[in-house]
Write a protein that binds this ligand. Structure first.
Ligand code: FES
Length: 121
């Protein structure tokens, strides 16, 4: 089931990281979609292999949301045409092996809070 939050007010720190979720909201092996309403921007947050990853929730193939896809280890798979993106490798397309990559964002986890530097402010 797709987990989604819409955020209209932001908690942003001095380094430009936004508080977007808590680890307890994202089960291991799943993806949460967060909509930044003011910016009309979508972020996907993945919890897998004991790490948290974040990227713009737009498949670079045909712009469908990757948050409706699935997680396979350190890869996220788009359900539309099954392209796979390697989160350990900066979101590079792993299958097919092309140059397109996810727009990934730095993540900090502090006391379970997930802070993401989205770079749109
Ligand atoms: S839209 Fe994602 S693989 Fe085609």
């Amino acid at each position: 089931m797709l987990e989604q939050n819409n955020i209209s007010s932001y908690n942003i720190d001095n380094d430009g990281y936004l508080l977007l979720a808590h680890v307890s909201e994202i089960a291991p092996g799943s993806i949460k979609r967060v909509i930044l309403e003011e910016k009309d921007w979508e972020v996907a947050i993945v919890n897998t292999n004991g790490k948290i990853y974040a990227f713009r929730d737009v498949c670079p193939h045909r712009a469908l949301p990757l948050s409706v896809g699935r997680v396979e280890g350190c890869r996220v798979v788009c359900i539309a045409h099954t392209w796979k993106f390697d989160l350990e490798d900066g979101g590079k397309a792993a299958c097919p092996p092309i140059r397109k990559s996810l727009e990934t964002y730095p993540v900090r986890v502090e006391q379970g809070n997930i802070w993401v530097k989205v770079r749109i402010w």
